[in-house]
Ligand binder design. Structure first.
Ligand code: AMP
Length: 210
């Protein structure tokens, strides 16, 4: 199954992608993760993306379209994939169509802006393994230390409150129109994000079966 997860930053797409991945055994492709990895490794791609990412802006379409084109050509995508964080603009969705990629389902996870603000401003991530925590809702056992690998947990630069506001603005302006784009194809299901992650997962898995 070829899936797209839509939703604002912090709506829980990454977490739900993991749940779907366990369920369907298909890989998740997260453009955000690919870009962060490139940044960490100081590659050309990372250098190109850095200023956009730090300010909460979108990386230019041609850059992310290139990443997706290359990644979808790999063998492990032959039986399906989950796109997390792509497409984020109408031109990106059009590029996917032009590549001849057939999408089976689009699941949009809806979470109110105030909730996103709370979630992202308290988020901490392990700089080694990427595990995610929240200072109030899911603190690591020792502050600043990852439970899973002992790495250092930090606040992402783009999780600072002012940048979150910018990212939400960008989401409403550039990404939200994709709801209409995919509603027209009849492939869109909207899932209301719940307080408990497991409740959202139950709705997401139900949407997959529909
Ligand atoms: P994410 O982890 O998905 O929130 O992505 C982090 C940042 O990476 C975003 O704020 C953008 O700067 C960049 N990014 C990720 N995916 C895309 C995309 N599909 N188009 C443009 N920029 C992206």
């Amino acid at each position: 199954m070829n899936l797209i997860l839509l939703g604002a930053p912090g709506a829980g797409k990454g977490t739900q992608a993991e749940v779907i991945c366990d369920h369907l055994h298909i890989p998740t492709i997260s453009t955000g993760n690919v870009l962060r990895e490139a940044l960490k490794n100081g590659t050309q791609l990372g250098l190109k993306a850095k200023s956009f990412m730090d300010s909460g802006a979108l990386v230019p379409d041609d850059v992310v379209i290139g990443i997706i084109k290359e990644r979808l050509g790999e063998d492990d995508c032959k039986n399906g994939f989950i796109l997390d964080g792509f497409p984020r603009t109408v031109p990106q969705a059009e590029a996917l169509d032009e590549m001849g990629v057939v999408i089976d389902k689009v699941i949009d996870i809806e979470v109110a802006d105030e909730k996103i603000m709370q979630r992202l401003s308290g988020r901490r991530v392990c700089q080694d393994c990427g595990a995610s925590y929240h200072v109030d809702y899911k603190p690591s056992q020792t502050e600043g230390v990852c439970d899973k690998c002992g790495g250092k947990t930090v606040q992402r630069k783009d999780d600072h409150p002012d940048t979150i506001k910018d990212r939400l603005h960008v989401y409403h302006e550039q990404t939200e129109p994709l709801k209409d784009y995919y509603a027209k194809t009849g492939k869109l299901t909207i899932v209301e994000g719940q307080e408990e992650v497991s409740d959202t997962s139950a709705l997401v898995l139900k949407a997959l079966e529909a």
